[in-house]
Design a protein around this ligand. Structure first.
Ligand code: ADP
Length: 465
């Protein structure tokens, strides 16, 4: 037993969400950290220049400095993590943050080092000092030294920002995970409902309820295709079941009539009611022949349909074959006063079993004669149709009803109108005809309208493939 669709989809969706969030957080951290440290390094450079500019404003005249201005700049820098000292051109200290408050300076550097180690356990950084000259009228008048933790450092605010970002990513991750599981469950419900419906219906079909059908109400193309495949399977099983029942009834019917006739005739002769005259014995013989014919037809059909048909192929002219067969039917056309019109294109050569194709043509023409009233018309055409030779046999006879038309190629099928002994056949002719055409990879179909006439089309590949 595999996993349920619900479990499988929820798990897969959750896995995809997890992978996405994981890769986003790794990439975001990597690139952001890189960009952020570059930004901080650049910013530090800018800050240093701003400090030097502000300090140069504290210069009043030759060796006179406004200490108040310098101290304000120094204290402000200290609050932002930088230790400033200013020396005049002779090297005398004008102002020095460590002298102003050494304790704060030391704890500040310590705090930064802790911040960085906390963030990057292997961080290789330390205290850096950079010197900048203050130049007035092309003369260097002082040097400013700025010390800080380098190559860069994160303030508490920076660290807070990075932590908040990771918290957001984790929150998004948890949310998408929940969302993925819910989506998986919903998707599974959408998918599994029609699938369960199919399982349920196929179960019923396998129990012989061929009339059940599945409603096509899914908006998923493949599910709709599946349900239509199951529906057409049920339809064809239902049709086969109906034909099977009909077949049994038909065989019984076909056998009963001659057997009953034979039995009553024989009994009458045995009981001395009837004189066993030649006529009576002949009539019994005819019934026996009819039975033998029926069994022979059935055997032939079974052989053809079970692909036991062996084709003795040769190249021959279909038009000539049709012409010869029509010649043999001349007597029957005359007897029923049926007019015949023919269009037989010349040089239509096919590679096929000539005898069996002859049987196909004979079957269709004899049906046309059988089901056409006296004084009717039959038209026979042989023509090329692409790679096929096409034989069309048209009649203006009794026609076939819409309800019967789909079944005429089934064995024992006879439309009600033709169900009488006068028209002879047992309803096997067209089944044999179809089996022969299909063994040649050909196609046969009929068009018909009741009381107007019927048209049979036989298409046979010329190369016999
Ligand atoms: P049958 O021996 O009864 O003619 P077929 O298998 O040859 O059996 O034909 C099956 C049924 O198809 C016939 O019983 C008849 O109802 C119908 N059919 C065949 N050909 C024609 C036709 N040309 N016109 C009208 N009905 C036809």
């Amino acid at each position: 037993m595999g996993k349920s669709l619900k479990a499988k989809l929820s798990f897969d969706y959750a896995l995809i969400a997890l992978l996405c969030v994981f890769s986003i957080s790794i990439l975001a951290n990597f690139f952001l950290e890189k960009q952020f440290s570059n930004y901080i390094i650049k910013n530090q450079y800018q800050k240093n220049h701003d400090i030097v500019n502000s300090i140069s404003n504290g210069f009043q005249s030759e060796s006179k400095w406004n200490i108040g201005v310098i101290q304000n700049v120094g204290i402000d820098a200290m609050q932002r993590g930088m230790i400033v000292s200013v020396k005049d051109k002779s090297g005398n200290t004008i102002w020095d943050a460590t002298e102003y408050n050494n304790g704060v300076c030391k704890s500040m550097i310590n705090h930064m080092s802790q911040n960085m180690i906390k963030r990057f356990p292997n961080f290789k950084g330390g205290y850096i000092e950079e010197g900048y000259p203050i130049v007035k009228n092309s003369v260097k008048i002082a040097t400013v030294k700025i010390g800080y933790y380098g190559p860069f450092f994160y303030t508490d605010n920076d660290l807070f920002f990075l932590k908040a970002l990771n918290t957001i990513i984790i929150a998004v991750g948890i949310f998408s995970l929940l969302f993925a599981v819910i989506l998986g469950i919903l998707m599974a419900a959408r998918l599994s409902k029609p699938i369960l419906n199919v399982i349920n219906t196929t179960g019923k079909i396998s129990n012989g309820k061929y009339e059940v059908r599945i409603n096509k109400n899914s908006d998923i193309k493949e599910i709709n295709e599946l349900t239509s495949a199951i529906n057409s399977l049920a339809e064809s099983l239902q049709r086969h079941e109906m034909l099977r029942k009909r077949l049994t009834a038909d065989i019984a019917h076909e056998l009963r009539t001659p057997i009953t006739t034979l039995q009553s005739h024989m009994e009458a002769m045995i009981d001395g009611i009837w004189e066993p005259s030649i006529e009576r014995i002949k009539s019994c013989h005819e019934e026996i022949l009819r039975l033998g014919h029926l069994v022979g037809d059935l055997k032939q059909l079974t052989d053809y349909e079970s692909e036991n048909i062996s084709l003795n192929k040769s190249d021959f002219n279909v038009s000539s074959l049709v012409g010869n067969i029509l010649m043999n039917f001349q007597g029957e056309f005359r007897n029923k006063d049926i007019k015949l019109e023919t269009w037989l294109d010349e040089d239509i050569i096919i590679s096929a079993d000539k005898d069996k194709i002859g049987q196909v043509i004979v079957n269709i023409i004899s049906n046309a004669i059988k089901y056409t009233n006296e004084g009717g018309l039959i038209k026979v055409t042989v023509r090329s149709s692409g790679n096929d030779a096409e034989i069309v046999i048209w009649d203006n006879g009794i026609g076939i009803s819409k309800a019967d038309l789909p079944y005429i190629f089934e064995r024992f099928f006879r439309a009600d109108k033709s169900r009488n002994r006068k028209t002879g056949g047992a309803g096997i002719g067209l089944a044999i005809t179809k089996a022969i055409v299909e063994a040649h990879n050909g196609r046969i179909y009929a068009l018909s309208e009741e009381n107007k006439g019927t048209e049979f089309h036989v298409l046979l590949p010329k190369n016999g493939a």
